[in-house]
Structures are given as C-alpha cells and as structure tokens.
Design a protein around this ligand. Structure first.
Ligand SMILES: [Zn+2]
Length: 307
C-alpha cells in the first residue's frame, strides 16, 4: 500500500508539475509598472495640429479557437476565438491611420487559422494603401506580415521602429524591388505623437523586440489603447496573465518580466482613465461592448465608442 502511494505521488508529480508550469504558471514578478501617465499621453495626443480620428473601423481577417490558457496562463481551458484584427481610424479631413495589416493567406495557413476572410483582407489592403499612416503593434506575421507581403512593397504610410524591420531570411522572400527594403523611420526611445490624437508607446524587448502600444484620443475625447500581443486577451491585462510557458518557450519566445511590467502599466492607465477602451491583440469578445450597432457586414465592424 505504501508503495502504491509512492507510485501515485510520483505519477501526480510527473503530470501535475509540468502541467502547472506549461499552462497555469502566472507569477507576475515584482517588476513595477512603467512610469507612463495618462496625462502625458493626452498631452502628446494634443501636440500635433489637425483633426483627431472621429471614426474607428475594425476588420476580422481570420480566426481560430484555442484554449484561453495558452494566451492567458491560468485563465481556463475554455476555447476562445483568437481573431486576427486590423483597424482603421478616419479623421474629418479624409485622412486615415491603419493599425496592423491582417494576415496574408500563406501565413494564415501556416498559423492554423480555421476561418479566413479574403474579402476583409482585401479591404484591409486597400486601407493600407490609402492610409496617411500605417502602424504595427509588432512584427509578427498576423500583425505586420500582410503589409510586408503586398505586391509593390510596403504601403507608403508605413512607419517601422528598428525592432520591426524584417529579418534577412524573411526579407529575402518578400516581393520587393531591389533597394526597396524599408528603413526604420519610427523611434523606439519614448512615447511620441505620430498623428493628431495618435501616440506610439514603445515597449521594446517585451512580447517582441519591436512591440509598441498605440494610444488614440478620438475627436470626441474617447480614448483607445491598442495593446498588441502584450495583452492577447482581456484576461491578460484584467487579471494580469502572461502567455503560457507552453507558448512562450516553444512557439513564440518573449521577455515575460517585461510583458508583466507592461500589463501592470495597462492596468494603471485604465485606473487613471476608467473610460479607456483597451483593445487586446486578438480578443474579439471584449470588443462587442464597444460596438454601437450590429456589424456592417460579417466580420466588419464600425465602432461607436460608448461614453
Ligand atoms: Zn498576434
């Protein structure tokens, strides 16, 4: 009997310890939030003259369903739609800012997306071409890849920080003319205004080398924070949950301590500005409360932000 107990204990440890570490471990560490205050972001958003964005459109380019634990360790085994999203912000002068680029068909297949939306992706690519400014939350294929792969090269409005330049192996496969490779034309040194109402908040060496948050102060004063995959889901920032070790050790490495510091920063900003709309990298569910009405079409949304 005693021997059986020992065997059961060993079996338990062999299964439970790796399971805990791979999927549940969510120790956030003691690193502090970044010293970024909502008042600083508001001042930067107001620094550039011109109309701030008045309308915000969103598009679902593709999605798949996966257990929450993968992207928010310890949030449960319930499956969650992981959507590939892109955003277009329209100002009253007819100009627009696009955030992220959806996903190219070959990357959607490689990433195991079960539903893809080619019409939506075509709309995103038209928006990328016409945008005054194109920003990326980070350099992964489901955020930046489709812009890199566009025939004719990167959209004219694209701005990349040094960590977002494609690595040589990827760059060699892209449909660019000789000499057309992009240069870094966006600093990753400190929060900066890039358009009226639009502020880039560099978060280098966190989820990825080129990660950044994007803060927008709309024409009517509403505030939106695009987190990229520092917060993949609402649980990431609301409950302070990084990605699981299963994902970060074997699929998409990240600097976990820095990710936690930024998740704390997002919470701090939300505390300072309770009306702030936080837009996680892949969380379609958390966006429904921001919709003013039914989708324009399947997977295509216009957000009427609620005060
Ligand atoms: Zn992503």
């Amino acid at each position: 009997m005693r021997r059986l107990n020992v065997i059961l204990l060993v079996l338990f440890l062999l299964i439970a310890v790796p399971y805990y570490w791979l999927l549940l471990d969510n120790r956030p560490g003691s690193g502090p939030a970044k010293p970024i205050r909502i008042a600083d972001l508001r001042a930067l958003a107001d620094a550039m003259p011109g109309p701030r964005p008045g309308v915000m459109d969103g598009e679902v380019a593709a999605y798949r369903s996966l257990p929450r634990n993968l992207f928010a360790a310890g949030a449960g085994l319930k499956r969650e739609p992981i959507a590939v999203l892109a955003w277009q912000l329209h100002a009253a002068d007819g100009s627009s800012v696009v955030i992220d680029s959806g996903i190219a068909a070959q990357d959607a297949t490689a990433m195991g997306m079960t539903k893809i939306n080619p019409e939506g992706q075509a709309r995103i690519e038209r928006a990328l071409r016409s945008a005054k400014l194109v920003l990326f939350t980070h350099e992964h294929p489901d955020h930046q890849g489709a812009a890199l792969r566009m025939a004719g090269g990167l959209p004219a409005g694209a701005r990349l920080n040094p960590g977002q330049l494609p690595q040589a192996e990827l760059a060699a496969k892209l449909p660019w003319q000789a000499g057309a490779a992009p240069v870094a034309n966006l600093s990753a040194a400190a929060p900066q205004a890039v358009a009226p109402g639009v502020v880039v908040i560099p978060a280098p060496a966190s989820h990825t080398p080129g990660s950044q948050l994007i803060y927008v102060r709309m024409a009517d004063g509403q505030e939106v924070l695009f987190t990229g995959d520092i917060a993949t889901l609402r649980h990431s920032w609301q409950d302070l949950r990084a990605r699981s070790h299963l994902v970060t050790q074997f699929m998409a490495p990240e600097n976990r301590a820095e990710v936690y510091a930024w998740l704390k920063t997002i919470r701090q900003l939300k505390q300072e500005a309770p009306g702030l709309h936080v837009v996680p990298g892949h969380d379609i569910t958390s966006l429904y409360p921001m919709l003013g009405h039914a989708p324009i079409a399947r997977n295509q949304f216009r957000f009427e932000l609620q005060h």
